[in-house]
Design a binder for this molecule. Structure first.
Ligand SMILES: [Zn+2]
Length: 478
């Protein structure tokens, strides 16, 4: 077996994941002192990100946070595809430079990620910064006899790789018969893919031993992943739509170059609309910004947490409203705990005995077991909400010590999963925000009558007003 050099970790627990390559749930394999290298196919920056993009970013952010919570060191790389047919097409259509379109779209991407509380990976390599390495890689493939040249570029000959089709779980013959007949009849097989695309008018190009042109998309990830994480790293992820052919083609190049590459392949389910993948090409998408106008970004994270990462999800207004209500329950508990912490009797409470006999260690243990079982955030989140209800009941029945400790476990677990800044993440009506600004100005000029009048206007919009040294603070009234 390939993995005999590694020790399976038995620490907090063995983390198991569904590995697409073997179509089974298996223990994650890495040595005890190893930094977990994790690579996820990232954004192609040619327009605003939609809800489907948000999902994959959230899934791998949650996975990364959980691995760190489990005590492991992680190095996370996720690429930015800044040269691609879609970028060139849109830039040409709009008569603008592809570089400025890519830069602007990337900025928009990170702004949206910040709102989702998705942390920036350690490495965010750009395709255009790795052109030389990609050329080197294609030269090697050519030398080893895996690549051939045609007038329009250099192609990878997949028929020379016996394990091609491993991720798709189909053999070469089946894949070949199912492949669309290539427009370019000179390709050796319709499955062969472009490593290098020869220069076309109106397209950016780079010089290479195969003539001017630009690299194919499948080449960038294999080159960047192995450059940043080494030739043998733990985890490669991406949306299920990338499994074939993109990931299969990455694997094919790695295998041809005799690189071990990813030990595990993991794929998240897609966001669907009426059973169809949400995608720009189908035009059935909602951008994240559109969603954020209506809903709290943290509610989307919660919705993703409440689903199995491998299943398709539909993101409806009803589901988002439910997630917002659930988020508010976490917020309310968080505020309740803050109030206890700020109370005069808090120090005494620390010394008091809990009464309920609730075993918080056992709850934590169950939570960890669920997360270790293929990142089962759906069950783990359900456990947290059951505990949230229990904590509130204990507090209602004046068992403050037990309620507080259980509540802390719940809130801290949600923070670990990225539901951060709990009391301040409510989506606030822009109208209310405008009045807040006017009210702060009125208070500053000591016009308290006006400030009071504006306070009533804010309350009418459904917010409780609290004054602080930083100005007016709002809390949504349920
Ligand atoms: Zn990729």
């Amino acid at each position: 077996m390939l993995f005999c050099d590694y020790v399976w970790i038995y620490g907090v627990g063995v983390i198991k994941l569904f590995d697409t390559a073997i179509s089974d749930t298996v223990p994650m394999v890495f040595s005890p002192d190893e930094t977990i290298g994790m690579y996820v196919c990232g954004a192609t920056v040619y327009g605003p990100p939609h809800v489907g993009h948000g999902r994959f970013a959230l899934v791998y952010d949650i996975l990364w946070r959980y691995l760190e919570y489990s005590g492991y060191k992680v190095i996370f790389a996720s690429n930015v595809t800044d040269i691609d047919d879609k970028i060139i097409d849109r830039a040409n259509r709009e008569g603008r430079s592809w570089r400025s379109l890519a830069a602007e779209s990337e900025e928009q991407w990170w702004r949206n990620m910040e709102l989702l509380n998705v942390r920036k990976p350690h490495h965010t390599p750009h395709a255009t910064d790795y052109i030389d390495q990609m050329i080197e890689s294609i030269v090697k493939l050519e030398e080893k006899g895996y690549a051939y040249r045609l007038d329009d570029g250099v192609y990878m000959e997949v028929g020379r790789l016996s394990s091609y089709g491993l991720l798709a779980h189909q053999n070469l013959d089946t894949l070949r018969s199912g492949a669309r007949v290539s427009v370019d009849q000179s390709k050796h097989s319709p499955l062969d893919f472009a490593l290098w695309k020869a220069a076309k008018p109106g397209e950016p190009t780079w010089g290479s031993p195969f003539g001017a042109g630009r690299p194919g998309w499948h080449t960038e990830c294999v080159v960047m992943a192995s450059s940043l994480l080494g030739d043998d790293f733990v985890l490669h992820g991406g949306g299920l739509d990338l499994c074939f052919p993109h990931h299969e083609n990455e694997r094919a190049q790695a295998q041809a170059l005799s690189i071990n590459f990813a030990r595990h392949w993991i794929h998240n389910g897609l966001v669907e609309v009426g059973g169809q993948k949400m995608s720009k090409s189908l035009g059935n998408y909602i951008t994240l910004e559109e969603m954020f106008h209506e809903h709290n970004p943290s509610a989307y994270r919660l919705l993703v947490l409440q689903s199995s990462y491998r299943s398709p999800i539909e993101v409806t207004a009803d589901l988002m409203n439910d997630a917002e209500k659930a988020l508010e329950r976490i917020n309310a508990l968080s505020r309740r705990l803050d109030d206890i912490q700020n109370s005069t009797s808090y120090d005494d409470l620390q010394l008091s005995e809990a009464m309920s006999g609730i075993d918080i260690d056992e709850k934590r243990h169950n939570f960890v077991n669920m997360m270790d079982d293929d990142f089962n955030t759906s069950s783990a989140t359900a456990l947290l909400f059951t505990s949230l209800r229990q904590a509130n009941t204990l507090l209602d029945h004046h068992d403050v010590v037990s309620g507080y400790r259980l509540g802390k476990f719940v809130v801290e677990a949600f923070i670990m999963l990225g539901i951060g800044n709990l009391a301040s993440t409510e989506a606030i009506d822009p109208k209310a925000l405008a009045i807040v600004e006017a009210r702060d100005a009125a208070r500053l000029s000591r016009d308290f009558a006006k400030a009071d009048e504006l306070k009533s206007q804010i309350e009418l919009l459904g917010y409780r007003v609290e004054d602080s040294t930083d100005g007016t603070k709002l809390r949504k009234i349920n």
